[in-house]
Design a protein around this ligand. Structure first.
Ligand code: PLP
Length: 367
């Protein structure tokens, strides 16, 4: 059996260190926002090359806090993509703002700067949320150039892009704020829910620290409305262990992707992922496009090889978000791709023989 993702294998690989880290927390008597969280925040900041990391409860909260820190609220318009996890949009709605969906680039699945320009020129957009989907960054230069013209803050949803770079600069450090999820299946995964917000702006960082804990400036004194979105010590301790191996694990994902590329790129009914010039892809997912997607998925499943679809229904077509006010543009690429995308098994512990087996099986499918 080959699963699509395998957080248990990742735990087992680092088990000794993780168990020890957890045990240290258990005996410390400090369980929420303590030393482990502060150390993790410092280490994650160094990893990214950014000045501030604020640990929070999950990735959705990270985006909500980022929006609040940019003072986005009631009925404000936020431009984002529909080709994303529903979480991106649910965070926008939680602050009372309204998403305006922009289509994606055909080659890279990320926000199309051309379509963003059309939206920015026509509407009073208060923030842009860019999603670095599958582990490859969007065209940040193109998007930032547009945002700067109108002074619109840019928030990066990096939930699938821990360690991805463009021109050697990490995802999360390009815009005003970067948001991370450490859900167990992400490239950097906790053993429960966890997230972080990162920024180089001290004022925003302070605001984020206040909002994550009841708006407290100091204990029991609230100077703004906040929520409880604290990171706990056990998750932080586990993340500190796994962060040390993130680059190594990302390199393993790249090796697996190289095998998939080599064995699948010449099949005429399959399109393999394209690499944007100057980008480092961290392959949170390895996603192929095929008109025969459902057949491929079914045949692989019969052999015990499991794939995923990220995501089967674009956000704007989900009944709860299917509001005409959100859908001003045609989202042709988003809609077309949702019926053709297939995420092959991808996790650092997948061995190279297994990766070859996946491709051999695909090659044998008769259409
Ligand atoms: C996982 C994910 C999120 C949400 O993170 P949670 O920790 O599950 O709240 C947001 N955006 C994207 C693109 C994701 O993949």
């Amino acid at each position: 059996m080959i699963p699509q993702c395998n957080p248990k294998a990742n735990y087992k690989k680092y088990r000794e260190e993780i168990d020890k880290a957890i045990s240290t927390v258990l005996s410390s008597g400090s369980y929420v926002l303590g030393e482990q969280v502060t150390s993790f925040e410092d280490e994650f900041s160094s990893f990214l090359g950014i000045s501030e990391t604020i640990g929070v409860a999950n990735g959705t909260d990270a985006i909500e806090l980022a929006l609040r820190a940019c003072k986005i609220g009631n009925s404000d318009l936020v431009a984002t993509v529909s080709h994303t996890a529903v979480a991106t949009v649910s965070a926008i709605r939680r602050v009372g703002a309204k998403p305006i969906f922009v289509d994606i680039e055909e080659d890279f699945y990320t926000m199309s700067p051309k379509d963003l320009a059309a939206v920015i020129n026509e509407y009073d957009i208060k923030a842009i949320i860019v999603v670095h989907i599958y582990g490859q960054m969007a065209d940040m230069q193109g998007i930032l150039d547009l945002a700067k013209q109108k002074d619109i803050p840019v928030i990066e949803d990096c939930a699938q892009a821990h360690g991805a770079t463009q021109e050697s600069k990490m995802a999360g450090t390009w815009g005003d704020i970067g948001c991370f999820s450490f859900y167990p299946t992400k490239n950097l995964g906790a053993i429960g829910d966890a997230g972080a917000v990162v920024t180089n702006n001290m004022e925003i960082a302070n605001r984020l620290r206040e909002i994550r804990q009841y708006g407290w400036k100091e204990r029991y004194i609230s100077i703004r409305e906040g929520i409880n979105s604290r990171l706990d010590e056990i998750q932080a301790a586990v993340l500190r262990v796994k962060l040390k191996y993130l680059s190594m694990d990302n390199n393993r994902r790249k090796e697996i992707a190289a095998i998939y590329n080599k064995n699948l790129e010449n099949l005429n009914h399959i399109i393999v992922p394209k690499l944007r010039t100057g980008n480092k892809h961290v392959y949170h997912q390895y996603v192929i496009l095929s008109e025969h997607r459902d057949t491929i998925r079914r045949e692989l499943e019969e052999d015990g090889i499991f794939c995923g679809i990220h995501y089967p229904k674009p956000v704007h077509l989900q009944s709860i978000y299917h509001k005409s006010s959100y859908n001003i543009l045609d989202l042709n690429v988003t809609e077309q791709f949702s019926g053709q995308i297939l995420s092959l098994p991808m996790y650092p512990e997948l061995n190279l023989e297994e990766a070859k087996e996946v491709t051999a099986r695909i090659k044998n499918i008769k259409f």
